[in-house]
Design a protein around this ligand. Sequence first.
Ligand code: BGC
Length: 467
Amino acid sequence: MADKEIVALSHVHLRGARFVYIAALFAALGGLLFGYDTGVISGALIFIKREFGLTTAAEEVVVSGVLLGATIGAIVGGKAADRFGRRRVLLVTAAIFGIGALASAVAPSPAILIASRVVLGSAIGLASTNVPVYLSEVAPPHARGWVVSLFQLAVTVGIVVAYLTDYAFAGVGGWRWMLGLAVAPALVFGAGMFFLPETPRWLIRGGHHEVAHRVLVRIRELPDVNLEIDEIKASLAQQAESGHWTDLLRRQVRPALVVGLGLAVFQQITGINTVIYYAPKILQAAGFNSASGAILATVGVGVVNVGMTILAMSLVDRAGRRPLLLAGIAGMIVTLGVLGLSFRISNPSGQLAWIAVICLMGYVASFAISLGPIFWLLIAEIYPLKIRGLAEGTAATFNWGSNLIVSLTFLTLVEKLGASSTFLLYAVASVASWLFAYYFVPETRGRSLEQIEAFWRTRHGVRQTAR
Ligand code: BGC
């Protein structure tokens, strides 16, 4: 290749990447809001319970309202984006984020608080299905991998920001500020989406070829984008043959569907969000006396989550998905087991609180290098192109639905079975998820999406692909 060509090519990458960085930044705000609005409740709950005098069941509903909304948002999200466009749906998502945050901050009664949290949740569900789709459709192929993981990173950062906000307002019991401040990133997210273009893929699908051409020239910063337009058209022609609900159950697709739905459920029934949403309560149960101390320890848990997610991002393409998944879930089994057993012993010296903190950190760290990022990554890469959006949406719906069930039952389980048996139950679920990952999840590292698609067709043994 001539020197001039090489210079021209690297210039193209840089210019193309510039747009991707901006798009990723704004779209990541959707992930940040996902993390913030789900995580903020952990610190706010103590004060909400106090102000409204909530029963345990009512507390669970306040936490889970968001998840019910998210499940609904994920169900309609994929279809709405196909019909109205990704950008328009994300603009509406930003507006719902803002309205939901304000409404929950000023809620005069538990009923209005719960209703506002359901509305807010629908925005989270919409964001979780549409932000990754938007990003993957505007990203140049070579950047798609890190962009997908960036979404999970934004979720974990959102959780830490929520914990810090909780900590800042804990002294004055300011739960309304904790919930209301999410309006700021929602505004920035909305403004960003206003200026970002619709994806070329959706425009071409809708027959808006000229606009799609203009958008591609703008985001790739290239005068000639015909090759990419032809590729999009070719893949759409392939998709036109199918892409319906019934296709999800076709024999060739079924194994991938089982992997996606299985991971969606296991990501949640191994208990991650009992820690993310209820950490201060768990810590108080383990002996932390002040609300602020428990919330501060929770910030530590959130920071570990971010740090280990960054580590996972740097390892996932080198070590592969399966080793991270299996090692991480093994860590979850051990830490949950120790946490469960530690609640069995009496605690005259107050050391239990520290064992609990260490176990919670170890558990979150293990999740963050395994089921956390790898679930969202795999559901973006294991499905055939024809049904990718639909199948991803279905996996996201199962994920939110399972999250809802776990969060709705956690406090009741603790009350009826005790903290020890409850965490041991999640340890058993983790053993099942390790076995599931070992026997069913394929290694996808270093393979093109087409090779993965071909793998499902020929269906060699799953572990064979790990080698
Ligand atoms: C999960 C969320 C969880 C978060 C914690 C995500 O992958 O889907 O339910 O709260 O990780 O970091």
